[in-house]
Design a protein around this ligand. Sequence first.
Ligand code: CP
Length: 361
Amino acid sequence: MTPPSPPPASPTGSDDLKPPPAWHAGRHLLSVTDLGAEGIEEVLRVSDAFVEVASRPIPKVPALRGRTVVTLFAEESTRTRLSFETAAKRLSADVLSFSLASSSVKKGESLRDTVETVAAMGVDAFVVRHSSAGAAAQVARWVDAAVINAGDGWHEHPTQALLDCYTIRQVLAERAGRAVSDVGVKDFVGLRVAIVGDIAHSRVARSGVLALSALGAEVTLVAPGSLVPPSLEGWPVTGVSHDLDAVLPHVDVCYLLRLQTERGAGSFLPSIREYTADYGLTARRAGLLAEGALVMHPGPMNRGVEIADEVADLPRSLVLRQVANGVAVRMAVLFLLLGQVVGGDAAGVVADLGHGPAGDG
Ligand code: CP
């Protein structure tokens, strides 16, 4: 196992900025609160370098050659799992894809024994998804490897929030005719975001609120009372509304959540049809959005429930751009946790990794 990297001395190499907190020296990303605004900004800045890598004919760098990343998923996933695996491979790490459903857990092995068994094979990072809140934090107590929370129950999904912030920043930069690297934390201040839907069951909502509010955005939750958490302690939101039509004209970003029927969301509603009538982003409702307002969704989408088919495919809908940016953002997270950044600028190190092929598989 390689010891943790020392933190970059300064985000930009200039002395007028304070160095970011060394969240990656803690070796894990379990919650957005591990990062704070400076940590989020650092991930976004390093992601810029990996977006550039993605545009190369061979989008691969040798940064994590010799490292091993395990994706340990105990719950279904398309985007998160594949983008973490793509990210690790583009960093030249070896990737082990581990599904609990087809493992010896089915023969009665405990999660702890399973994790320790995989760790014994020589693993540098575990990417963990589990239906129980706190599962990734528990894995972090059992192993020496870095642990990244890829979604734990209703709790958090920090890399989803990071890729969402990255995508907003990218669009803000394009609209202002600025380089994305010139858009920093201050550009989020006062940004009005509505997070709409099944807040109560959503780890995406919690991580999104924490990240966006840390950057200075004003977040309003919009949902029926039965899908708002009973307590909003620890949710730094500007307000809660039950009237989507009234909120839509005043937001810069409308962030829709999937109705999580597998977590019982349906039983909190009179009917799905009624939910769509009151809280679905229909074509009529999309017409209430201000010109330039963005529509986002973490996926998977329930077309026709929280988002109308035609709205999901509008130019203002960033759904697939969010997915694309997820690879670069997860490369940044893996790089910051596992890469060697000695005495300086992580983004500079990435840029210096060379523009040619990585040289091996
Ligand atoms: N957004 C998200 O986490 O999607 P998956 O469940 O497909 O990973």
